[in-house]
Ligand binder design. Structure first.
Ligand SMILES: CC[C@@H](C(=O)O)C(=O)SCCNC(=O)CCNC(=O)[C@H](O)C(C)(C)COP(=O)(O)OP(=O)(O)OC[C@H]1O[C@@H](n2cnc3c(N)ncnc32)[C@H](O)[C@@H]1OP(=O)(O)O
Ligand SMILES: [Co+2]
Length: 148
């Protein structure tokens, strides 16, 4: 397996609205869209863009703000331990999700649930933080149309 680009850093928050004010007013970020619900993942999501190496906004690594949609959300335990929120996961791209899944399985890493469709519309899966140097790790297939 060949590691691809860092697509996003997932940041858990008790309030996306409050986090968006911080990214806009303190960090000077561009917010490209309204928050949206991903009910099947138990989260509300909003992306904050950072520019790429050429300064172009929309092609760089993103901050993925995630807020729990209810008590069954996978974020519930994390926010109980970290009430203000904070860095929750890292997400790397790969060219072929099934090949990546087999690669990590072969290394004895615990995969958390099935491969499913993530916020970018491509297949994703998660790896247990205890097997990944303490970081909850999301693997996502590179969006084909975006060319990266
Ligand atoms: C927006 C959609 C999508 C995308 O397209 O990008 C997303 O990113 S959705 C993001 C939310 N979804 C997920 O996180 C799914 C995968 N997560 C899980 O399955 C669970 O959250 C978990 C990682 C298994 C943790 O579940 P939980 O019930 O909270 O278990 P524990 O509390 O028992 O935790 C076990 C152990 O692991 C430590 N931990 C938990 N979360 C993290 C974390 N984010 N980073 C680092 N470490 C984490 C936790 O502290 C426990 O450690 P000990 O206390 O030492 O046992
Ligand atoms: Co994510």
């Amino acid at each position: 397996m060949k590691l691809g680009r860092l697509n996003h850093i997932g940041v858990a928050t008790p309030s996306i609205e409050e986090s968006l004010r911080y990214y806009r007013d303190v960090m000077g970020a561009t917010i490209a869209h309204e928050p949206f619900d991903l009910a099947e993942q138990g989260v509300k999501v909003c992306f904050v863009d950072t520019p790429d190496a050429q300064g172009e906004v929309g092609k760089g690594t993103q901050i993925e703000l995630i807020e729990p949609l209810g008590p069954e959300s996978p974020l519930t335990g994390f926010l109980q331990k970290n009430p203000q929120g904070g860095q929750h996961h890292v997400c790397y791209e790969v060219e072929d999700i099934e090949q990546a899944r087999s690669w990590f399985e072969g290394k004895g890493k615990r995969i958390l649930g099935p491969t499913r469709i993530g916020a970018h519309g491509t297949p994703i899966f998660f790896l247990h933080p205890k097997d990944m140097m303490g970081q909850l790790t999301e693997i996502m297939e590179t969006p084909k149309a975006a060319g990266h």
